[in-house]
Write a new protein. Sequence first.
Length: 71
Amino acid sequence: MFFGLNPACIALYPMYRGVAMFCRNESLYRGYNRFCDKTSVLSNVWNDHDYFFFHYKHTDSAGEDSDFDVK
């Protein structure tokens, strides 16, 4: 619990998971990378948490590469 919330993190990259865990988010990473796997995990635990940090690196990478059509 963090400020009365039960947050969770769904992220591939260790830095995002580390920061989220530092803020007492439960890490739900289980080695998956496909978007459909992450959304499946999210739907399975939706009622168990109050807040989610959901990071999908491929969208992030497209923006960092200035490929806004892909993003």
